[in-house]
Design a protein around this ligand. Sequence first.
Ligand code: SF4
Length: 346
Amino acid sequence: MINKIKELKSKLGNKVAIPAHHYQIQEIVKIADFVGDSYKLAVLCSKIEAEFIVFCGVRFMAEGAVVLASADQKIFLPELSAGCPLADFITAQNMENALTEISDVISEQIVPVVYMNSSNDVKEVCGRNEGAVCTSSNAKKIVEYYFQKGKSVFFAPDYNLGINTAREMNIPESNIIKVHRDLTFRQTELPATPKLFIWDGNCRVHKRFQINDVTDFRQKYPQGKLIVHPECTEEIIKTSDLSGSTAKIYNEIKNSPGGSIWGVGTEYHFVQRLALEFPDKIIVPLRKSVCSNMAKISLKNLYETLKSINDHLENGTQLRNLVTVTETHKVNSRKALQKMIKIVEG
Ligand code: SF4
């Protein structure tokens, strides 16, 4: 299968590009043209010139690529059912309702900041309400940007990333309000200063890490360092040595001296790959936690997608696994994605 993919890839040449997320299996990562976290891949996809982009990741990432790509580019997801349960925690209607309810009880403007891991419909509501997308590597910067303008922020869908960002920014407890999925939230004693309203969603892959995993790691590797993703619970972040996006985890481990011992609290395939890439270090998963959606991308469906592109070019047959986004929804979600890039890159 690997050889067949390589053959097709070289036949298609620079017509096709294959970006892959860090959480993909090793075989896919090896074949990909570039690998990164969702922020890096979003920026890269806005710059790629290939006519066909086969995105090895989950649906919201491919949708983001559709939004940032030019009109003549086509984006594919080798398995269309590869979604993200975290993104499913909030719908566009939930967002609209939450923004209305919050506006009714505060005097300043409420601006949405949505995590990259959300549907395109949610990003559309975000852009339409002057908000920005964020990733785990820039959430603090984006929330700070709006706070400095005296605006309150509605952060969705990941509660853990929201609360961990709030802690990093030292936002007072009185200014942090959890918005439950039935739209109830604390409405009393709200200070006049900017507030962070956080939606109650979570990523089951990162929520899985428990405090006894930390205890076990500390007992087994007393000299080891623990680094975890900010989608983990606040308790796990507090008991770890470091936290950060997949890009930060990768760089911290890469730049550590040979012989270092690392416990890593994020998706298992990524940890497995770190261990393969840096054999001079001891790298162990905090717990084996796999994202079953990321794992839906296989060599077989990647091959079938490339073959469908090739057949289409040769015989005009129908393309498979094409990802599309409603044209009217592109404008505002693009605004929200570009706003993130503008705030981060200046
Ligand atoms: S790891 Fe979590 S946030 Fe990432 S795609 Fe899987 S379910 Fe979604």
